[in-house]
Write a protein of this length. Sequence first.
Length: 616
Amino acid sequence: MPSFVPFKILTPCPLLGYGYDVEQFWHTIENDRPAAIIVDAGSTDPGPYMLGSGKTVVSRASYVTDLTPILEASAKHGTKVLIGSAGGAGTSAQVDFVVDVVRQIAQAGGHRFTVATIKFAARRDDLLAHLVAGKIAPCASAPPLKEADVVDAVDIVAQMGAEPFLAALADPAVDVIVAGRSYDPAPFAAFSMHHGVQASPAWHAGKIVECGGQCATPKGRSMLATMHQDGFVLTPTNPAERCTPLSVAAHTMYEKTRPDQLPGPGGVLHLAKTVYETQPDGRSLLVRGSVFVPSPTYQIKLEGAALVGYRSCFIGGIRDPILIGQIDNFLEHTVRGKTRAGFPSLDTDGGPRLIFHVYGRNAVMGPLEPLAGARGSDPYEVGVLGEVVAATQDEADAIANLARICTLHNAYPGQMATAGNLASPLTPLEQSLGPVFRFSVYHLMDVDDPTTYFRIDKLVVGDDRSNDHSGRRSNGHVLPVPAAQTPTAKPDLLQPRQRNLNKPGLTIADVASVVRSKNAGPFEITLDVIFDDLALYAHVRDSEVLTRDRIRGLYRLARDDDIVALQFFGPALGWKCTYKRPTSQPQGSVGERDTFGAQLHAPLLSIPVPPIPGAE
């Protein structure tokens, strides 16, 4: 049996189409010669729209821009290319779309690639049979699945694990794999295990590297992973960035329900015993000690989107302090009442809906806003977004039109500005936004074989005259490749934070280095507080200021079980709390206030912290 030889994997960007530094890319390709370029291309983060509509997460032009250097590197060096969750949602149509982009680039560049596609191929009857047999359960905080959810979904995909990728990699002739919806680390783990890496580091590397350079400090775009049998080394491609034990451990907390156990297809990755070791170059980090524990039953996650209706909206600003002082009453009674007079079915059960978002007055957090009603004065300016969802686009447009007119022209007590109530920045004055969807399926399905419902097909794309697999494949001419150069370093952003720990009234904002919020799937929001100093971390932990009761009160959570996880995590010097979204309001639904959950951290900033003994 041949001895193991370490190899490298390059991830150019956190999501295909988001862009990366091409100079650094070629420098890495020519100097490090990665065995594979692997990139994730999808997520549920933007909500259910991509899955329901079939639209891609970025434009075709963005895919062409990102994939052209990647495929040129593959053509020159025989580097394998693996793409997961093609197109954003990973539907079969989106896989075909990305393959067509690969074909376009291959033909333009004179390349020839053998492409393997992996698509979810289960029929609705297969899913219904599993449901009846009790083999489908909610994922995270999703509600139980109903037969109608399966039948009515516009499209359903399933997150594949490593096994379908391993099956595709078994054919050495395959140059490019374009896969449908994938567990984000799956292509990384599969390629690593295919080449002899143990499952535990393979999965852990995938979980980190699928986000590109986001685990570096300062946060970057691209990451190089050197894979060993029992661990891996992370090296940012940008020389101004580095991976530290804290930055990598803290990334484990990012958008996860809990940071120490990461479930996925086939098992759970346990990180309690993970060791992080800075390497001699000061920029690279060796990671080892994680443990992947296989699950007794193999599960794949189903994701489905149902059509809710069609949406139209209007937007404007209000600067008049007389109207701002009574804005809630004006919109909820005057405008809504006048609009309902024209459309009596408005706000009835199953009828069209009119929703107002008043920016400057609780638009982001809505009923969870802890400062609602506590302000000493009204803002001097607010923005109003009117959102209408109805059974047809024409009905949504008509209601939005009337609601905007009522907002613009209806009278209110004390009115002095009789020419109009709304500053309108856009024309047309109402915008038809098209279909709107909700996550109707977000569930785990038991399977006997993790490859059963994933079909692998192979095709050849590009120039038929080119068939040289010994090196660069071309049609006889050499395409220009940028010369390898030392990447241009970004300014050093790693300046220590200046703090005044002696001031009275210390808060979390004074002592933490990172305070953030993020969606953790469609049904949960997760909150992170991270410190860059062990003493400050220990002080906050021991002060018991980040308790369940405080978070429940601060975020107006009705039940104790609304909090899914709350814990301190020593390796990252961090604290995490994950709470449930209302099950009737999954991510991206009608009335959504913060699709990515990125602005729900603010109430944490003002939590008081006791004085720090001996602080200077």
